[in-house]
Write a new protein. Structure first.
Length: 194
């Protein structure tokens, strides 16, 4: 008979490895690391890494998904604590900025250079834009915001979010992604206030 606690341990260990990998990648990037480097840094075998993903590329993709899932949970917790539409939008965009602030420049450069990871970031940017649109619409209905076209305001925010994600804001004006999201929150909420 199998040990009933074994799957929980496996799941816990898997989560710990994902968290350790994420910490490593966020601090140092990933393009320069081999599976041997990663295994040595995490004090595990390459075989253990292969239980997480079949290749380094798949591992990077899985860790990128893990990062954005964890960030999304953290962001929504911040939104849940906010009161009122303006505070929810500010909390949302500020929390997105805070989530990205832990990512080193090297990680962001590597993420942009690796198409599957860049696609995950792009998908999450699109999800964030939809969420901002929902928050704006809620604020208009609650009469906390002037009667703006919520979809237009959200599209305006989404356009900037894409520019942030693509590194355009960083390269043209020098704001990192985290700071850019905080500025976007301030400008957006001031612009639609009633």
């Amino acid at each position: 008979m199998a040990n009933p606690t074994a799957p929980a341990f496996g799941t816990r260990r898997r989560g710990e490895l994902f968290d350790s990998l994420l910490t490593l990648f966020l601090a140092e990037g990933f393009s320069h690391l081999t599976l041997d480097d990663i295994a040595a840094r995490l004090h595990c075998s390459k075989g253990t890494l292969y239980t997480l993903a079949g290749s380094k590329e798949q591992l990077v993709h899985a860790i990128t998904v893990h990062f954005f899932r964890r960030a999304a949970d953290d962001v929504e917790q911040q939104v849940a604590r906010a009161d009122g539409a303006r505070e929810r939008i500010t909390a949302y965009l500020t929390a997105v900025g805070d989530a990205l602030e832990v990512a080193s420049d090297r990680f962001m450069t590597d993420l942009d250079a690796f198409a599957p990871a860049r696609a995950v970031y792009g998908q999450n940017t699109a999800i964030a834009a939809r969420r901002v649109s929902e928050l704006i619409a809620e604020g208009v209905v609650a009469e906390e915001f002037r009667d703006v076209h919520a979809a237009f305001a959200a599209d305006l925010a989404a356009a900037m979010m894409v520019r942030i994600q693509q590194g355009t804001v960083r390269s043209t004006i020098g704001l990192d992604d985290a700071a850019a999201y905080r500025e976007l929150a301030a400008i957006l909420t001031a612009g639609i206030a009633s």
